[in-house]
Design a protein around this ligand. Structure first.
Ligand code: FMN
Length: 346
């Protein structure tokens, strides 16, 4: 009925109005539609954020509770990595962390997050002990948590590093590395990318910085032709080459990791940074990649999630097509803007 009315109005306008007025009416119509669609999309994002983020601090699922634990033990690690940590710093966070850990162990048992957090607490206790404060209550709480934790590991707290070691591992001219990465839109036919290579690249990309080290990322790897085809049919930027990719990666970030309204865009930032690391990691392994936007309507986003088994709490910053490089092929030159346009020394 609505379609019919729109078509009728179009006809009437087309027949009786002069060209100039017609143009103005269409422009107005377009604007109304853009505003309507924007409101729909923003309301969708808002309700998703309110539903899935950790802003209510109810710790209603594992992701949210792990995020608050990670943010709190990160606060301890951060404090311990300062030049002159203040004795007893962050005591509010410490008690929050202890109660978060108790709840987590009760509901989900122990895992690497609880182990890292307990190690950070031990380091905090020892730091204060050296400063002359023996917090027995904290000691007992940590002992109880550690007892339940079982397995031990060494990660968590702060560690000593040297400039020499960092320079030995990092100082090299990477200009060629950066300049040789291109978006690849031709992949070697029928040569599969080994899943071990993907895993290796994801391990490297895990070193990406993230807000309070929350690492909200996930990577879904699709290898089957029918799955890749289905996903790419929802994405409009891979025509002519997507079908040659050996793997399609869907990168997501879970909103449960974000704990305040100020963090409403952080899932996109952390996801984008992770995606960039992953693309460079794959490049370092000699593989070709093409980032694929996920600029889609809410309904299409939901369709992908349903098909791929991605939860509604996750955002999709982008997809990445991955494949082996052919011997010789064309890439877009994609020249970069003049640096003067974008580098501002103040
Ligand atoms: C988030 C994002 C989404 C992109 N989406 C697409 C896409 O859908 N299809 C495509 O062919 N290229 C896509 N690209 C690749 C860009 O076109 C490309 O990075 C840019 O032109 C610079 O070229 P280069 O990557 O070869 O240096 C995307 C890049 C980014 C970062």
């Amino acid at each position: 009925m609505l379609k019919f009315s729109i078509a009728l109005t179009r006809r009437i306008i087309g027949k009786f109005l002069p060209q100039k007025s017609k143009k103005k009416i269409w422009q107005l119509w377009r604007r109304i539609r853009v505003v309507k669609d924007s409101i729909h999309a923003y309301l969708h994002d808002l309700s998703r954020f309110l539903r899935w983020s950790g802003i209510w601090r109810k710790y209603s699922n594992r992701v949210q509770l792990r995020a608050i634990i990670t943010a709190n033990f990160h606060g301890i690690e951060k404090g311990l990595s300062l030049k002159n940590p203040r004795p007893g710093f962050g005591s509010g966070h410490v008690y929050d962390l202890v109660s978060g850990l108790e709840k987590y162990q009760e509901e989900y048992g122990s895992d690497e997050t609880t182990r890292y957090a307990i190690n950070a607490l031990i380091a905090y206790y020892q730091f204060n002990l050296i400063q002359g404060t023996d917090d027995r209550k904290l000691y007992e709480q940590i002992s109880k948590l550690a007892e339940k934790c079982g397995k031990h590991c060494s990660a968590g707290g702060a560690k000593q590093v040297t400039r020499d070691n960092i320079h030995r591992a990092s100082k090299r001219d990477l200009t060629g590395f950066f300049e040789s990465r291109h978006s690849i839109r031709q992949f070697a036919a029928d040569v599969d990318v080994d899943l071990k290579e993907i895993e290796k690249a994801v391990r490297m990309a895990q070193q990406t910085p993230s807000a309070c080290n929350r690492q909200a990322w996930k990577v879904y790897v699709f290898s089957k032709d029918e799955d890749k085809k289905r996903i790419l049919s929802l994405q409009k930027g891979s025509r002519g080459f997507g079908d040659q990719a050996s793997k399609i990666l869907v990168i997501t970030t879970d909103l449960g990791n974000f704990l305040s309204i100020e963090e409403r865009n952080q899932a996109w930032v952390d996801g984008g940074m992770f995606a960039m690391s992953l693309v460079y990691a794959l490049h370092s392994l000699g593989l070709g990649t093409c980032c694929l936007h996920w600029c889609v309507r809410c309904e299409v986003d939901q369709e992908l999630k349903k098909f791929a088994g991605i939860t509604d709490a996750e955002l999709v910053p982008m997809l990445v097509a991955v494949g082996h490089l052919p011997d010789e092929f064309m890439v877009a030159q994609s020249p970069r803007r003049d640096i003067k346009d974008m580098l501002v020394f103040k």
